[in-house]
Design a protein around this ligand. Structure first.
Ligand SMILES: Nc1nc2c(c(=O)[nH]1)N[C@H]1C(S)=C(S)[C@@H](COP(=O)(O)OP(=O)(O)OC[C@H]3O[C@@H](n4cnc5c(=O)[nH]c(N)nc54)[C@H](O)[C@@H]3O)O[C@H]1N2
Ligand SMILES: Nc1nc2c(c(=O)[nH]1)N[C@H]1C(S)=C(S)[C@@H](COP(=O)(O)OP(=O)(O)OC[C@H]3O[C@@H](n4cnc5c(=O)[nH]c(N)nc54)[C@H](O)[C@@H]3O)O[C@H]1N2
Ligand code: SF4
Ligand SMILES: [Mo]
Length: 661
């Protein structure tokens, strides 16, 4: 019998078929038409890894070894600590890789019953800038187009996104659309594999994106090429923006992009001659101290040109994790309550009534990037590895050691956070459980259980339910099956007018995904108009100087998934691409006497990494790139945050590099 399921890695969400022996791509699935990348194909192998966490473990202090515990003992310890702590000292650190049902139960327990809004997710380090910008500009955290819009578009602008490595199967679709006439522009300080297949590559200087998009907006206005009718009818703040742009210094802006006048002109001709335009972005925009502003500068261009809510057009944020979208829909960010409702009195009333609780606090909670600084008593970390992924790791390690009880829920034994936890609970990974996820363009699908659950492992929602029951919430958390949770969640989405998720059919999701929001074709603000925002490049990132002359960029490699607990396995042949290297420009390398394969040290004010040099002309001068498959990456990165999204500035740390002798 063939079981249809979905890949649990990236936001593309490819359909799979499993026939008890092997896993292949689902030819009938619209997103991938049978194609899979190396990660999708290897999902089964990772279940069998010897590095799985298979028993609850406990230790009194992180200076001693873990001892085998059991579920009741471990959960009792957690519940007791929660009871003894004031609610602002309790934190839930979740993940965009959790299933919707897991997210729902954790969010309901934290915000609804324990009464702490300190429930946040690693999506804070990933998507939060896009969330804030969508809300500010179009009125809701809503992606207003789909991936297959590229087949009716003329121009795709990929900015700060390396689809060839990070959204591999979507990249294949882009190549296919190119054969039908789509032109592709890639804007990135590195000439990535994505850039190599583009029609035009613009080697922007790291951090120059606001200037780039402002140059487009200014020209649209100055040359009266903006869509007057659309702007008059559907957009606020046009006059304000126009006046502000009168005073900006164009030459300075262009200089900050690092592009020549000719390069911009070539782009401009392509831009104004294209009827349908999509701008897609990922971490090159989001992970910035001005991540929200970078997003807004991009979205402004679509509002001015009216290229939005029209087939083949729009601002397309490419979500990274498989269910970061589902998490946002449930309410997994500490800055929102549930089902895209915030902490206003009306929303709290609605949600309280739905959950039958009066414990909801009205203040937004701590973000994932704030939790460690908050002197917590207990931190429950699930399906993510903050010690690995948060910036400025030496500081992170110092802070996490101060938390009295660190609980890690993980399916694998070898995370970096594991070194700092007191209790470890074994989760059932992909393939051993079922549940739903929403991919990057609102397609809700279902992961199916393909194999039996390892004896002492539990689905993540079950683990949160055990904690809830131990705290006395038996009645409110009495789910026997993830379907019951999904049905309750669906009912809850009715609290939000524009969410039509209640129309999905759980039992059909794995072979017929449900795309929510398909009837939404206008802005979701109160006055139904979009908002333009004037934003400027304030140069807030860490500055390079005579000693630390290089800007460090960090990012993905094709065959690895973040820290590599699932992909960097001895028994897989996944090491197709190098995992541990630093890219440096030819000229810079020459000046420093560095050659490919030399062992080099990269230092910032915060820490250092020793790795292998790759000398290349595919990276801008005075710019280095280290992939995040190097688990030590965040010893180097700075911990500046965007002031609205609280997302880290991972792509702009000042560093120096020297050759080991
Ligand atoms: N193979 C693989 N795929 C993945 C993941 C993985 O771990 N491995 N992770 C998933 C996740 S969670 C995410 S969030 C996505 C991320 O997907 P991407 O964001 O596409 O991946 P990154 O490698 O982080 O690429 C960001 C790109 O931005 C560029 N960049 C850096 N600074 C700037 C800047 O200032 N301006 C511009 N214009 N560009 C800049 C970098 O050079 C890099 O090429 O990938 C998802 N897919
Ligand atoms: N310097 C730098 N830092 C970054 C980034 C960057 O670009 N540069 N990117 C940021 C971004 S966008 C992201 S999304 C984060 C990603 O950072 P993390 O989320 O920390 O990375 P992962 O390695 O994917 O961690 C997932 C964890 O879940 C565990 N796991 C696997 N399956 C299951 C399961 O079914 N249940 C449970 N409970 N656990 C399971 C895995 O073993 C692993 O430890 O990193 C962020 N940090
Ligand atoms: S592109 Fe993404 S969803 Fe598709 S197989 Fe690869 S990792 Fe899985
Ligand atoms: Mo991410």
């Amino acid at each position: 019998m063939i079981i249809k399921s979905v890949c649990g890695y990236c936001g593309v969400g490819c359909g799979l078929e499993y026939d008890r022996k092997k896993l292949i791509g689902d030819i009938s699935y619209p997103t991938n038409e049978g194609k899979l990348c190396s990660k999708g194909i290897s999902e089964l192998i990772s279940i069998q890894s010897s590095t799985r966490l298979l028993r609850p473990l406990y230790r009194d202090s992180i200076s001693v070894e873990y001892k085998t515990s059991n579920w009741d003992e471990a959960v009792t310890k957690i519940a007791n600590k929660i009871k003894d702590s004031s609610k602002e000292k309790i934190g839930f650190y979740l993940s965009g890789q959790l299933l919707t049902e897991d997210y729902y139960v954790a969010n309901k327990l934290g915000k609804g019953f324990i009464g702490t809004n300190n429930v946040d997710t690693n999506s804070r380090t990933c998507m939060s800038s896009a969330v804030v910008a969508y809300k500010k500009s179009i009125g809701a955290d809503f992606v207003p187009l789909r991936m297959d819009d590229i087949f009716c578009s003329d121009l795709l602008i990929l900015v700060g996104a390396n689809t060839a490595e990070a959204h591999v199967v979507f990249h294949n679709q882009i190549k296919k659309a190119k054969k039908h006439g789509l032109k592709v522009v890639v804007i990135d300080p590195r000439c990535t594999d994505t850039a190599k297949s583009a029609d035009l590559y613009l080697p922007i200087k790291a951090g120059g994106d606001i200037d780039f998009f402002n140059l487009i907006s200014k020209r649209l206005i100055d040359e009266e090429l903006y869509n007057k009718e659309f702007v008059n009818k559907h957009v606020n703040n046009f006059e304000l923006l126009k006046n502000k742009f009168k005073r900006v210094a164009v030459t300075k802006m262009l200089k900050r992009t690092g592009l020549t006048k000719e390069q911009f002109e070539e782009f401009w001709q392509l831009y104004i001659s294209s009827e349908n335009i999509i701008s897609a972005w990922t971490m090159g925009l989001n992970q910035s101290v001005q991540g929200v502003d970078k997003n807004l500068a991009l979205i402004n261009t679509h509002l001015l040109s009216g290229k939005i809510f029209k087939k083949g057009n729009g601002p397309l944020s490419l979500t990274g994790q498989p269910n970061a979208m589902g998490g946002r829909e449930v309410g997994g960010l500490s800055t929102s309550l549930a089902v895209h409702l915030d902490f206003d009195a009306k929303s709290i009333k609605k949600v309280s009534k739905f959950w039958k609780t009066d414990n909801i606090d009205s203040n937004p909670g701590l973000t994932a990037t704030q939790m460690l600084e908050a002197d917590l008593d207990i931190l429950i970390i699930c399906h993510t590895d903050p010690v690995y992924h948060l910036p400025n790791r030496h500081k992170v390690e110092r802070l996490i050691k101060k938390i009295a009880l660190v609980v890690e829920i993980n399916a694998y034994d070898n995370s970096e956070t594991s070194k700092f936890a007191h209790i470890k609970l074994p989760a059932a990974p992909w393939g051993e459980k079922e549940g739903t996820q929403t991919n990057l363009d609102r397609s809700i699908t279902k992961q199916e259980k393909l194999t039996r659950t390892s004896i002492d492992c539990k689905a993540d929602w079950e683990i949160f339910q055990l904690i809830a029951k131990k705290l006395g919430f038996e009645k409110e958390f009495d789910y026997k099956h993830p379907k019951e949770i999904f049905l309750e969640y669906q009912e809850m989405t009715k609290l939000n007018k524009y969410m039509d998720i209640h129309n999905a059919d759980y039992d059909k999701l794995s072979f017929k995904p449900f795309v929510w929001g398909q009837d939404i074709n206008g802005f979701l603000t109160k006055d139904k108009k979009a908002n333009l925002h004037f934003v400027e490049n304030k140069l807030l990132s860490e500055k390079t100087n005579l000693e630390y002359q290089f800007v460090l960029l960090t990012g993905r490699t094709r065959d690895q998934w973040h820290s590599g607990t699932k992909t960097n396995l001895p028994q897989t042949l996944l090491k197709y691409k190098e995992l541990d290297f630093v890219e440096i420009n030819n000229e810079d390398a020459k000046e420093l006497g560095i050659r490919t394969d030399d062992i080099v040290t990269v230092l910032s004010l915060r820490g250092q990494i020793t790795t292998k040099a790759v000398v290349t002309n595919a990276i801008n001068r005075k710019t280095l790139f280290i992939p995040i498959s190097n688990r030590e990456i965040n010893y180097l990165t700075n911990d500046l945050l965007d002031k609205e999204s609280f997302e880290p500035d991972y792509n702009h740390s000042a560093v120096k590099i020297y050759k080991q002798v």
